[in-house]
Design a protein around this ligand. Structure first.
Ligand code: ADP
Length: 913
């Protein structure tokens, strides 16, 4: 019988109710027993009570009636006595029966019996007899002793004891009954408790047996969902009830889904595997191998309808699975031929089971007979297009057969499409082969025509070459003659140029020498006289006069410095500097420098220190004079641009770099460091160029010409060294001079000393000419054309330039300038503003240079100080460039440079003419 859930639950309930019934019956039985016992006790008690009181009453009656008779002598009084004498013994016997289990009570009854008998015998009967006999005396005698009275007292006493004994007995019995009652209650509690436990156990057993299967089912479903559709989990059949059936049903459902999934996944795997295959043999191989493996077949063959075959509807073997050494299966068959041919004809699968004598499967050990063979036709458009035959040594399961059928249904169209594709490929290959052949033929033709062309070109070339050779031979003869003439002419002009160059160098040197002396001489007197004046020896000058004089003196000094600088520079440029490499004692430098420059520092409260490192060599070969000149320049700059802080010189040994090592290993470095205004990075490279200062403001504030550093650099180069600057604007600058130790001097300086400048400058005595005279030679009556649209600019320039005795003309725009220059060839120099209306400076300069072809120096003046301005001006034809606002000294310097150059050119031209 099936252990259904309903049965389990009913059994549980029945068990519980049975327990309860037993408990109730037991309880009722116990209660009735108790009741009976109590009733029996009460009945007995009542009986005992009655008997006892009857007996006692009999005793009392006998005693009272005996006494009444004795006293009255009335026989009526004896009536109760006689009655009692008859009954008391019965009562006593009955009582004794009731006390059969109580020995003490029984003894008490015996005592009453004895004493009553004794009273009757010894007191009652004798007295009654005496009375009856009328023996009053005997009675009196008897009562004087009264033996009966003590017996009665004992009997009364014993009755009391008997009643007490009975009460105690009753009490004990009641107590016993109470105990039994309590026991029953306890039993009931224990019984109910046990029932509850049993009920709980039974219900938990039942619920567990129900829940267990439900849990398995739930877990199985969870497992499936957790393992993403793995349907391998099954629910164990734990019980034989409805839940067991649920497990079985669920397992069946899972099996079904599993099978379907198996079918689906294998189908899609095989379909995927043969996607993209374009050969029928490969397709058959892939398909057969896959399906045979999946269906665990031991043998398989695949035949496809051969469209090329001469026989109508012949199928040829395309692929075999588990091939034997002796090729498996027949190679081809016709429609309807044999079982397989019949299958193709019927278009229905054939399933051969329990095969006997079908020897064909070869293993390593021998041959096997397949147990089952399954042949399936593969259809396309209702025609058998291929046949699949599979054999197994086991049995094909229903599922495997389903798979085979399902696959073959879809496979027909794939085979057909591959067959069609193969046809197309074959056609394509044929057409490609034909195209290639055509191409090869056309290439051949092309090559032949090219060959012909080349041959004809070559013939043409050879003809031209022959003609050319002829002409070339003629030309070469003429050329050779011409070149001889040209060479002669070149030689002549070279000689001429050399002579001219020498002449020009001589003129320049002479000019510089003359200028230097012509300027120095008047300067001498200016300096002397102005110094004298500023000292005011006659005390007849006003403070203003004295200040003018000292300004004249200072300017004179500056001019002298400038002249020296220009002279130095031009000497260096001309390569006419005479260097004397001698032993310089560097050890003496600190004290020398401190002695010469401390006063600069003291004037401005700027600290000054010179430090000489210990490893600096004692003897050092260089030109002492030039070195000092460089240091002097650098130091005076340092003090000039340092208003507070310090100026320091450090002399140390320098570890030469690769380039420096080429000259010598022995180098010394001089660091001149100040805490002054510093130089912005973009200006640092330009300050070493002649006439370049950090900016226009420097000129206004600190004066100077911009030649000092140019000279320093030239000198340091002459000494074989370098000079560089590192500086931060606002924090200070460090000028670094690196010099080599050259005991034998520099090779390049071993040039011939033909310095006219040097000789002249050292030998010619100063001429007595004034400053004005010196400038007059250059500036006086020189024609300057100012081109500017701003009247204020023109006015200020005019004023300044008038002082220097220039001849000044001005125009207000480019067109006027061009007209003026065309009419006035005497203009010596043009000051050209750039920003002008109508025709600007750039265009004007271009016209002057390109159309008028004039070489007159043009100084471009522009308010914009852009970096590219200079290049633009020069490209447009400017000779030089000044950015506004410019220092008048700068303008004069520029004018001086260009006028002197112009004069030089002029004199050179004159002399060469
Ligand atoms: P200058 O006669 O104007 O001093 P230099 O050739 O000696 O001519 O110097 C060129 C410019 O370099 C100076 O005008 C100044 O702007 C800058 N210069 C030179 N030395 C220093 C320095 N120690 N600190 C700041 N600026 C300096």
């Amino acid at each position: 019988m099936k252990n259904s859930i309903r049965l389990k639950i009913t059994a549980g309930y029945v068990l519980l109710i049975a327990c309860l019934l037993i408990a109730v019956m037991f309880l009722m039985n116990q209660i009735s027993t108790l009741q009976t016992a109590r009733n029996a006790l009460l009945t007995q008690e009542t009986k005992v009570q009655n008997l006892t009181s009857n007996l006692e009453k009999s005793v009392l009656n006998m005693n009272r009636s005996q006494r009444g008779y004795i006293i009255t002598g009335d026989k009526d009084y004896l009536e109760p006595y006689n009655e009692a004498v008859k009954t008391w013994e019965d009562d006593l016997t009955q009582l004794k029966k009731n006390f059969s289990t109580q020995s003490i009570q029984k003894e008490r009854l015996d005592a009453i019996d004895r004493h009553l008998q004794s009273w009757i015998k010894e007191a009652a009967e004798p007295t009654i007899r005496l009375k009856t006999e009328g023996d009053e005396k005997g009675i009196q005698n008897f009562y004087t002793q009264d033996q009966g009275q003590s017996e009665i007292e004992i009997i009364t006493q014993t009755f009391t004891e008997l009643q007490d004994g009975e009460a105690n007995y009753l009490k004990d019995e009641m107590k016993k009954l109470d105990n039994r009652n309590t026991n029953i209650i306890w039993f009931l509690i224990i019984f109910l408790f046990s029932c509850s436990i049993i009920a709980t156990l039974v219900s938990s057993f039942i619920s567990r047996s129900i829940i267990k299967t439900i849990k398995y089912t739930t877990n199985a479903i969870k497992h499936i969902s957790r393992n993403e559709g793995s349907l391998k989990t099954r629910i164990p059949k734990l019980t034989k009830d409805e839940l067991g059936e649920l497990a079985v049903a669920t397992n069946e459902l899972l099996d079904e889904i599993d099978h379907r999934e198996w079918l689906q996944s294998n189908t899609s795997k095989i379909v995927l595997d043969y996607q993209g295959i374009s050969s029928i043999r490969q397709l058959s191989n892939v398909f057969l191998t896959n399906i045979a493996k999946i269906t665990q077949s031991s043998y398989g063959a695949f035949y496809v309808l051969d469209e090329q075959s001469s026989a109508k509807m012949a199928y040829t073997k395309q692929s075999v699975f588990a091939n034997t050494a002796s090729d498996l299966g027949r190679d081809s068959f016709l429609l309807g031929e044999g079982v397989i041919g019949q299958c193709a004809l019927d278009r229905k699968p054939i399933h051969l089971k329990d095969m006997q004598d079908f020897r064909m499967l070869s293993t390593g050990l021998g041959e096997l007979t397949p147990r089952e063979i399954y042949i399936v036709p593969i259809l396309f458009e209702n025609q058998t297009i291929a046949i699949l035959e599979l054999g197994t040594i086991q049995r094909f399961s229903e599922l495997q057969i389903q798979l085979m059928e399902q696959l073959t249904e879809q496979f027909g169209s794939s085979i057909n499409s591959v067959l069609r594709r193969m046809e197309i490929v074959q056609l394509l290959n044929e057409s490609r082969a034909m195209t290639e052949e055509l191409q090869a033929q056309s290439e051949q033709l092309q090559a032949q025509s090219e060959q012909l062309q080349t041959q004809s070109d070559e013939l043409q070339k050879q003809t031209t070459q022959l003609k050319k050779v002829n002409t070339e031979l003629e030309l070469r003869t003429v050329d050779a003659e011409e070149k001889t003439l040209e060479l002669e002419a070149a030689k002549e002009s070279l000689e001429k140029s050399t002579a001219e160059l020498m002449q020009s160098s001589k003129y320049k040197s002479e000019f510089l020498a003359n200028m230097s002396h012509e300027l120095r001489t008047p300067l001498n007197s200016i300096l002397i006289l102005s110094e004298m004046m500023s000292e005011n020896p006659n005390a007849n000058l006003t403070d203003e006069d004295i200040e003018y004089a000292s300004i004249i003196h200072q300017s004179g000094k500056d001019l002298l410095d400038l002249i020296s600088d220009i002279l130095d520079l031009s000497k260096i440029e001309a390569g006419k500097v005479d260097l004397i490499f001698e032993d310089v004692h560097l050890q003496t430098f600190p004290s020398q420098l401190e002695a010469n420059f401390s006063h600069f520092g003291n004037e401005n409260n700027v600290a000054f220190h010179v430090k000489l490192d210990d490893d600096v060599p004692d003897t050092f070969f260089t030109d002492a004079m030039r070195l000092q000149q460089i240091l002097k320049n650098l130091l005076s700059n340092a003090f000039k641009f340092t208003k507070e802080g310090e100026v320091n010189v450090q002399i140390k040994k320098l570890h030469p770099n690769h380039e420096q090592e080429q000259l010598t290993d022995d180098w010394v470095q001089f660091d001149i460091k100040d805490t002054g205004i510093g130089i912005s990075e973009d200006k640092q490279q330009h300050i070493f160029e002649s006439f370049r200062q950090a900016d226009g403001a420097t000129v206004r504030k600190y004066g100077g010409t911009g030649l000092g550093l140019a000279i320093c650099r030239e000198f340091s180069t002459l000494l074989g060294g370098t000079i560089d600057v590192t500086s931060t604007e606002g924090e200070g600058s460090t000028f670094t001079l690196a010099l080599p130790n050259l005991p034998n001097g520099l090779k390049s300086n071993d040039t011939e000393k033909t310095s006219a400048v040097e000789e002249v400058s050292e030998t010619v005595p100063p001429a007595e000419i004034t400053e004005e005279a010196a400038e007059a030679s250059l500036f006086v009556d020189k024609h300057i054309l100012i081109v500017d649209d701003d009247q204020r600019n023109i006015y200020s320039l005019e004023k300044v330039l008038h002082q220097h005795q220039f001849q000044i003309a001005y125009v207000e725009n480019g067109f006027e300038c061009i007209d003026y220059l065309t009419d006035h060839p005497e203009v010596d120099i043009v000051l050209m503003d750039i920003m002008m209306p109508e025709l600007d400076g750039f265009d004007t300069m271009r016209i002057i240079r390109n159309s008028l072809e004039l070489e007159v120096p043009i100084i471009a003046l522009t308010a914009k100080a852009m970096k590219s301005d200079r290049e633009k001006c020069i490209a447009a034809g400017a000779s030089d460039y000044l950015s506004k606002p410019f220092d008048i000294n700068q303008l004069l310097s520029v004018l001086r440079v260009w006028l002197s150059q112009k004069e030089e050119n002029h004199s050179w031209k004159n002399s060469s003419n």
